[in-house]
Design a protein around this ligand. Structure first.
Ligand SMILES: Cc1cc2nc3c(=O)[nH]c(=O)nc-3n(C[C@H](O)[C@H](O)[C@H](O)COP(=O)(O)OP(=O)(O)OC[C@H]3O[C@@H](n4cnc5c(N)ncnc54)[C@H](O)[C@@H]3O)c2cc1C
Length: 472
């Protein structure tokens, strides 16, 4: 079997590579490989069971065609400052025009025409004034909100369009190794996902191609790092984000929700002065759980267009770098997550901010005493401070106090903190502006190689990749 191009991973970056190749009337023979299921077969049983049933072979939230995107809240950030390092590789003007181009494609596939966060300049100035007082930077970012249910529909349309246009999609197929000869990619070794999950790793198949594009997302970051080590692909340790998901009542966040939809705030709180930021705000949304391959439970959040709660959630993430003698940020993040999971009986842990400040754990019965009803029903009340290391924990506490200046009530005793929220996009492959590392014809895209951090930028990286593939 021989293809011109193999795309590994059908998240937004892989799908937009395929879409753009179609748009460019490529006559290339293209194979798209995805280890999870097709969009229509992905569903999270938790909506019915109220608890995670640990789907096999993979968590349907993070794995499958449309990647982490299908079940994501679908907030498209329409700003070059948000979502990773693409501008460094293609330049700001080109990134801007890629954002416009990709946004237009999402609109054509049915995205909401409304853009959040661009009205009411005076009110934005007032929020910025309070942010300055709190020593935080406000990044204003227009947002197109697809909504969890709509994102699912849009990605189903995109998947079907790609298949109907003649690109071969093989789902439930895992790339377990790369075939590299004389420093040039020749193809990939694949394995059925169910076989892999059942430990039958003998039955591999080799698929050859002139070019391979790896867009394996955060979920594949660990595998990608192993590939880098095995095949001497240039990479370096990046940043790991350790944090929590905060949940408050909508009333508390009303001003920011109404004016900006998402308040992107960045600070460097004392004493460590590490970068700490808000991320992925979900007005009237749900706190969610995602599972990583080795069963790590990681917290996240999303919101539907129609189904609403009374709570807003957002992440507070503290960024950490390690150089010497330890340089494995993914491993660090994993160990923190394991510790938090251990204290939560392998479920997401939740603690009230007031209990943290009082130096006590939270008990399950205490959760019903406040105005905030947890939207993640099977989160276990406990003590995050026993598991999250001192430095990120202090960063989070100090940041919450700064947030209280902008959003009075944010640091209220009843505010809920869920953990662990960890971003595993920390291994950075060293790329040129064709997204090529030191192996000929092997390209890297999206969140998995540390290039992007979000739907919009991942999608833009796909479009740019396709144009490069077609040029050559
Ligand atoms: C709950 C949740 C909410 C989110 N909300 C937002 C949001 O509102 N806005 C936003 O901008 N971003 C959001 N994100 C992040 C966003 O989804 C990602 O940034 C984006 O999907 C990254 O795209 P990607 O193509 O790089 O990777 P992914 O979407 O992760 O796709 C990678 C794909 O590769 C597959 N894969 C991995 N390894 C292999 C392998 N070895 N063989 C075959 N296939 C493989 C995976 O199964 C996956 O489907 C959210 C994420 C989650 C989990």
């Amino acid at each position: 079997m021989k293809y011109d191009v193999i795309i590994v991973g059908a998240g937004p970056s892989g799908l937009f590579t395929a879409l753009e190749l179609i748009k460019l009337n490529s006559n290339k023979k293209i194979l798209l490989i995805e280890k999870g299921k097709r969009v229509e077969d992905r569903n999270c049983p938790k909506e019915i069971t109220n608890h995670c049933v640990d789907c096999k072979p993979y968590c349907n939230i993070t794995t499958g065609v449309s990647g982490a995107g299908a079940f994501s809240d679908g907030k498209l950030s329409l700003n070059t400052e948000i979502g990773g390092e693409l501008p460094k590789y293609v330049g700001y003007d080109k990134t801007k025009s890629l954002i416009r181009y990709v946004d237009d494609i999402y609109l054509k596939f049915g995205a909401d025409k409304n853009i959040e966060g661009i009205k009411n300049e005076e009110s934005v100035q007032e929020i910025r004034r309070k942010a300055i007082k709190a020593n935080l930077k406000l990044v204003v970012c227009p947002i197109r909100h697809l909504g969890t249910e709509k994102a699912h529909e849009i990605f189903k349309e995109i998947q079907d369009y790609i298949i109907d246009s003649g690109i071969e999609l093989r789902d439930n197929l895992l790339v377990e190794n790369l075939i590299i000869e004389n420093n040039c990619i020749k193809g990939v070794k694949v394995l059925n996902s169910h076989d892999f999950n059942n430990g039958n790793i003998e039955n591999t198949e080799k698929i050859y191609a002139d070019k391979v594009v790896l867009c394996v997302g955060r979920k594949g970051a660990d595998w990608l790092k192993r590939m880098c080590l095995k095949h001497n692909i240039n990479h370096r340790a990046g940043t790991v984000d350790i944090g929590v998901r905060v949940e408050v009542r909508d009333e508390i966040m009303k001003e920011i929700n109404d004016i900006l939809y998402e308040g992107k705030l960045i600070g460097h709180p004392k004493p460590f002065k590490d970068k700490v930021r808000t991320f992925c705000q979900n007005p009237s949304g749900y706190v969610a759980e995602e599972r990583y391959d080795n069963r790590l439970a990681i917290v996240n959040g999303h919101s539907y267009k129609r189904k609403k709660t009374s709570n807003t959630n957002l992440a507070i993430l503290s960024s950490h770098n390690f150089e010497y003698p330890f340089n494995q940020p993914i491993e660090y993040g994993r160990k923190v997550a394991m510790l938090v999971n251990m204290l939560g009986d392998n479920k997401i842990l939740v603690q009230r901010y007031g209990d943290i400040m009082d130096g006590k754990r939270t008990w399950q019965k205490e959760l019903s005493e406040s105005n905030v009803t947890p939207t993640l029903k099977d989160a276990v009340a406990g003590d995050l401070t026993s598991a999250i290391p001192y430095r990120p924990m202090m960063n989070i506490i100090n940041f919450i106090q700064a947030m209280d200046v902008i959003v009075p009530g944010f640091a209220s005793p009843e505010t809920l903190l869920y953990g662990p929220e960890i971003k595993f996009y920390s291994n950075k492959v060293i790329l040129d502006n064709s997204f090529n590392a030191n192996i000929e014809n092997l390209h890297f895209l999206g969140d998995g190689c540390g290039l992007t951090r979000g739907l919009m930028m991942a999608s833009c990286s796909g479009v740019h990749m396709a144009r490069i593939l077609e040029e050559k």
